[in-house]
Ligand binder design. Structure first.
Ligand code: DUC
Ligand code: ZN
Ligand code: ZN
Length: 489
């Protein structure tokens, strides 16, 4: 029997069904998928990627991406937002301004910290950060914890319960009077992480050595911002990295060494890996784009405060070492360590006291919006790394490491349609006036870059378009995570 011919209405219905098979098609771009980099179209429905094909028909809306790169939205796995920084200092970014800045720079997922201060309940801290973030997110976020007060209650109840609730990574500090853990406390936190299958991120700088060097510098009257770097040489980072790795070995725990600044900490990481240890490593833009000389300011003046971060930027040789690590796989992820303060505000870098000694300058620099353009320009445009390596370091690897994959971090069927279109040839001079963060300066002022994110999309919705913010701050959501089974080494 012949199949009956569809009626005109049936035919129209089928046609309109086909026409609206996708909410959105991104056409004709060069797409970096998990498998390869190819010219193709992407079909998006309900905020997810549902088709990747040579040609896609039937979308309600289209974006012409010809001549552009189509990359997964960036994941910035190390960001400080609205953290108290001592003496009543308030960071320059809240959740709205930080995530606005992130998406303008091509980042669609931000991983900030919920900071426990001594005496705080960790659970109460997490709830407080959620309250601050609620309704103020232009990007998706997922909180890490910072543990500064590992009481029996925190170790025995709060941390295990929070890991089970989806906060599966926490940072610990080996320096700063009000945040550091003793070796015994580090081991106790590592122990909980081992039991709960959580990931610990370590800020590795040796506190006593820094205090000793700071005292010596102050005795000599060497108190300008430049001496911040002198008080925290690579040796203190190397020593603490070795200590953290050794403690982790005692417990057989994988750890992440964050914000690695030069060859000496890298050597410790390599040493541990050669012994069969799992040590993940992160580096940041300041270690390829700034040097200790920036902290000299104009003539050893306070301008240098704009570059004060910890660990500090090093020398050109260290920059070369970091590049080798980015190329050879020593580094797994590239994060901003965005830690924004104001320069000209009495509450910020320029607070009373900051001019009397570098030790009073809040540590940290803004960089959430410039992270991707700096690595793209210095890495991809200058031929130091491939496009695929760029994507791995800035999106796919952080997603895998911290348990956001496969939903985030790649252009693949079923993943969230978090996508950034890049004009690889666009030349931009970085300047404060272009940026969307809350700081009143950028340490990268005047830096010329080639390659810029021209459109950022979160779950299929355009949120930044050619520097214009078109998203809404209620669209971002918090992502609860499982301990990652998709580790990258
Ligand atoms: N550590 C960070 O991770 N960020 C800013 C300052 C610091 O010490
Ligand atoms: Zn740190
Ligand atoms: Zn940090």
């Amino acid at each position: 029997m012949q199949p009956s011919k569809p009626s005109v209405t049936q035919a129209l219905n089928q046609r309109s069904k086909k026409m609206t098979e996708f909410d959105l098609a991104i056409r004709g771009g060069k797409v970096c998928t998990t498998a390869n980099t190819i010219n193709c179209d992407i079909g998006i429905r309900d905020g997810r990627i549902v088709a990747i094909a040579e040609k896609i028909d039937g979308a309600t809306r289209e974006i012409d991406a010809s001549g552009l790169l189509v990359l997964p939205g960036g994941i910035d796995a190390h960001v400080h937002i609205s953290q108290p920084a001592g003496d009543g200092i308030v960071m320059a970014d809240d959740f709205m301004s930080a995530t606005r800045s992130a998406m303008a720079g091509g980042t669609t997922t931000v991983m900030p910290f919920a900071l426990q201060q001594k005496g705080d309940s960790l659970r109460a801290v997490v709830e407080d950060y959620h309250r601050q973030a609620e309704g103020n997110l232009f990007t998706d976020v997922s909180f890490h914890l910072i543990v500064t007060d590992p009481t029996p209650q925190v170790l025995g109840q709060e941390l295990p319960a929070l890991v089970k609730d989806g906060y599966t990574s926490f940072k610990v500090f080996m320096t700063y009077d009000d945040m550091m853990l003793s070796d015994g406390e580090l081991l106790d936190v590592f122990d909980v992480a081992k039991r709960e299958n959580a990931l610990v991120m370590v800020h590795a700088e040796g506190h006593d050595a820094i205090r000793y060097l700071t005292r010596k510098l102050e005795e000599r009257g060497q108190t300008q911002p430049y001496y911040h770097g002198v008080s925290r040489p690579q040796i203190v980072e190397r020593e603490a990295t070795h200590r953290a790795i050794s403690h982790a070995e005692l417990i057989d725990l994988p750890i992440v060494i964050v914000h690695v600044s030069g060859s000496e900490a890298m050597e410790q990481i390599q040493w541990a890996r050669n012994r069969g240890r799992t040590v993940f490593a992160e580096t940041c833009p300041q270690y390829i784009a700034l040097t200790q000389d920036d902290m000299r300011g104009l003539n050893m003046d306070f301008e240098g405060a704009k570059y004060v971060c910890s660990p500090p930027p090093r020398d050109h040789e260290s920059q070369e070492a970091i590049w080798r690590g980015i190329q050879d796989g020593t580094f797994d992820i590239f994060s901003s360590d965005h830690s924004p303060f104001r320069y000209a505000d009495s509450q910020g870098k320029d607070r009373p006291g900051a001019r009397t000694s570098f030790k009073w300058i809040p540590n940290g620099i803004p960089g959430i919006e410039t992270r991707l353009p700096i690595l793209f320009s210095e890495g991809v445009s200058k031929g130091r790394i491939s496009l695929e390596r760029f994507v791995a370091l800035t999106s796919t690897n952080p997603a895998k490491l911290y348990g956001l994959a496969p939903r985030k971090g790649s252009i693949a069927i079923g993943a969230d349609a978090d996508i950034t279109l890049w004009d690889a040839n666009k030349k931009v001079t970085i300047s404060q006036s272009l940026l969307h963060h809350g700081s009143d300066y950028t340490p990268y002022e005047g830096m010329a870059v080639t390659g810029w994110p021209v459109l950022t999309m979160l779950r299929g919705k355009t949120v930044a378009d050619d520097g214009h913010i078109v998203g809404d701050p209620g669209f971002g959501t918090h992502l609860f995570r499982s301990p990652s089974n998709d580790r990258i080494r």
